[in-house]
Design a binder for this molecule. Structure first.
Ligand code: MG
Length: 625
């Protein structure tokens, strides 16, 4: 998952209602083979996503279809591609995959398929998401006026309580409403919403939550996308956190983007699975200080039918509504009874979240309603600096019955420890072969002199002290595939001396090659963007084994300002090592190590010689125009 701020991401769902089985040959050779490994946990109906950075046809925006390999058969599965500079493939690992087992899929040219879609439909007041025929939730973009006469608020103050940018109703699979808005006891409570409570701006308190105080509020601004799809449906909306009484008058302090996705799993009559992401950026010229307080952040006000003995909380640490407040948890379940039936909503906090596992606000009175809030500010003050993105990720599980801890933990494992996905892309027809084991016709030595490398058995091997080599051509944006092998070194050789080489993209940014098998990921070890960023995980094989890098590179962008190039966008790199994603659309703000200075011109790809006998084979590149 990642924050998408400046780029308006168009989301396209490629859907036709097609035949279930087809022969693989009908679609030609697979463009990529994708493997999903369950790892330590059994998986059931797990949402899977993976960038298709190494698949040229996906980057080019061509329609693609996903097929599960079942012996000689190929079964087309519903899939969805989220378009963008790095396209992302989504699908559901349907049914159960036992721990330790894997499934294989092939990506082929052709249209995707769907049996049932998740729909997002707007009207003048709300955006409604439904799964098949069942309603899941409404998001309010229009201002919802505060009702008269339900709370002891003078009519003159009521307009302060008018609200947008919240979710209500959240329905259960049975069709019951599980949220409440404008309840008499807390007129400002709005279903599921995400304001901050005690904050300080310009030295004064601003409360975006208790809107009746008249110091702050949150408002819908615009939609960035809506999605109807075979795998998920949802929306991205921008909302303004507005301070009402600053030195400049009314002022937007935070710009927030919600990304809400309802997956095509479970319901109706079973469960919903929702991914919620809030990305918040301070757009004022000074920071917003978050004061220590017991409320603030993602809030849930449950239906007023859940009350007293027909309502309950349970946290991942076994706490309940009477002893849960102020404790920290990976997840918290909120449940209650309507008619004869118990239902509930579990909120999961992503391990990447600030102060995870987050502290919570729960109402502890046993005869009260259900209120829940993940609240990082309970652990002390913090700051949102101008220009910084703060990303909060949560998964919601809407279920029937009382909470089933085993089922909730299953969903937790899918969320926190997702299956390992590998992507192996084939060489597209239009690729430029840089090395096929025969010659150095595409290469020259860096600096003066002849290339000093050896070629044998289709493999080139660097010879110490003969210098680095680089392509004769220059490249801007591209997809590159390279295979390499580090030598087996004696144990006394340590660190940067163990099979050091590297691929210098545009001679500027080094993707490190080093024997780093089994080590902690570091920013100078194998797979790192040298001295800038460690790989997300260590995917290095043992020395002496062949490995692959698949790289999607977007060069830095420059504008001409008075005849002088000025960088307006950083270079971006996505890397799969041995099919495993290790850098996901990473912005690289400067050259690395011994790289050339950044600039607007395309430049060669360089293979570093660093005193070790590192081998390469099968190198190809697809320029992206
Ligand atoms: Mg190196």
């Amino acid at each position: 998952m990642r924050a998408r701020w400046s780029v308006l991401v168009m989301v396209i769902s490629l859907v036709v209602f097609g035949s279930l089985f087809c022969a693989g040959s009908a679609f030609g050779a697979p463009l990529a083979t994708i493997t999903v490994e369950a790892g330590s946990y059994a998986r059931t109906d797990t949402p899977i996503s993976v960038p298709l950075a190494s698949v040229t046809q996906a980057v080019a925006g061509q329609p693609l279809s996903l097929q599960e390999v079942k012996g000689a058969d190929r079964v087309t599965v519903p899939a969805q591609i989220e378009a963008g500079s790095t396209p992302i493939l989504h699908w559901i690992l349907a049914g159960t995959l036992p721990a330790g087992q894997k499934r294989t899929y092939e990506l082929v040219a052709g249209e995707a398929r769907a049996d049932r879609v998740v729909k997002a439909v707007k009207d003048d007041k709300t955006l409604e998401i439904s799964l098949g025929d069942a309603k899941v939730m409404q998001y309010h973009h229009a201002m919802s006026p505060a009702p008269k006469g339900v709370a002891k608020v003078p009519d003159s103050k009521l307009p302060l309580y008018d609200h947008s940018a919240f979710i209500h109703p959240l329905w259960s699979p049975k069709g019951n409403v599980l949220t409440d808005i404008n309840p008499p006891d807390h007129l400002h409570h709005m279903g599921i919403w995400m304001p901050w409570t005690h904050t300080t701006f310009e030295g004064k308190m601003v409360d975006f939550w208790n809107v009746g105080d008249g110091t702050g509020t949150v408002r819908f601004s615009k939609y960035l996308s809506t999605t109807t799809g075979a795998v998920y449906g949802g929306f991205q909306s921008e909302q303004d956190h507005v301070a009402l009484k600053t030195s400049k008058g009314e002022q937007t302090i935070l710009k927030e983007v919600w990304d809400v996705r309802v997956y095509n799993v479970g319901g109706p009559q079973k469960y919903w699975l929702v991914d919620f992401q809030s990305t918040q950026r301070c757009v004022a010229d000074q920071p917003l200080i978050q004061d220590e307080y017991r409320y603030g952040g993602l809030g849930y006000r449950a239906t007023r039918q859940w009350k007293g003995a027909t309502a309950a909380n349970l946290t991942s640490e076994g706490k309940t509504r009477t002893d849960g407040h102020g404790t920290r948890a990976r997840w918290c379940d909120n449940a209650g009874k309507i008619g004869d039936d118990w239902e509930g909503v579990t909120f999961f906090s992503n391990p990447k979240n600030f102060r995870h596992p987050e502290p919570m606000r729960l109402w502890p009175e046993p005869d009260n309603y259900i209120f829940f809030n993940f609240c990082p500010s309970q652990l002390g003050p913090w700051e949102m600096k101008p220009g910084e993105d703060h990303v909060f990720r949560y998964r919601w599980y809407v279920h029937e019955g009382k909470p089933d801890v085993a089922e909730i933990e299953r969903i937790w494992n899918d969320y926190a420890n997702p299956p390992q996905v590998t992507v192996e892309a084939g060489r597209p027809e239009k690729a430029i072969v840089l090395f096929d084991g025969k010659d150095f016709s595409q290469w020259r030595r860096e600096g003066a002199g002849e290339i000093g490398r050896k070629i044998a058995d289709g493999v080139m091997q660097s010879v110490p002290k003969t210098g680095s080599i680089m392509t004769k051509r220059d490249f801007a944006d591209f997809i590159l595939h390279a295979e390499f092998k580090t030598p087996v070194m004696p144990p006394e050789v340590k660190g940067q001396g163990r099979g050091n080489s590297g691929i210098y993209i545009q001679r500027r940014y080094e993707l490190q090659i080093l024997d780093s098998y089994g080590l902690e990921p570091k920013n100078n070890e194998g797979g790192s963007i040298y001295t800038f960023k460690a790989p997300d995980k260590n995917a290095c094989r043992k020395p002496g084994e062949w490995q692959t890098y698949d790289i999607l590179f977007h060069a830095a962008r420059y504008a001409d300002e008075g005849g002088k190039p000025v960088k307006v966008q950083n270079a971006r790199i996505t890397v799969f090592q041995n099919g495993v994603l290790i850098h996901d659309n990473v912005e690289v703000p400067r050259k690395t190590g011994a790289g050339q200075q950044e600039g607007p011109k395309p430049a060669p790809i360089l293979l570093q010689e660093h005193g070790n006998e590192v081998s390469f084979r099968n190198i190809w590149v697809v320029p992206l125009d």
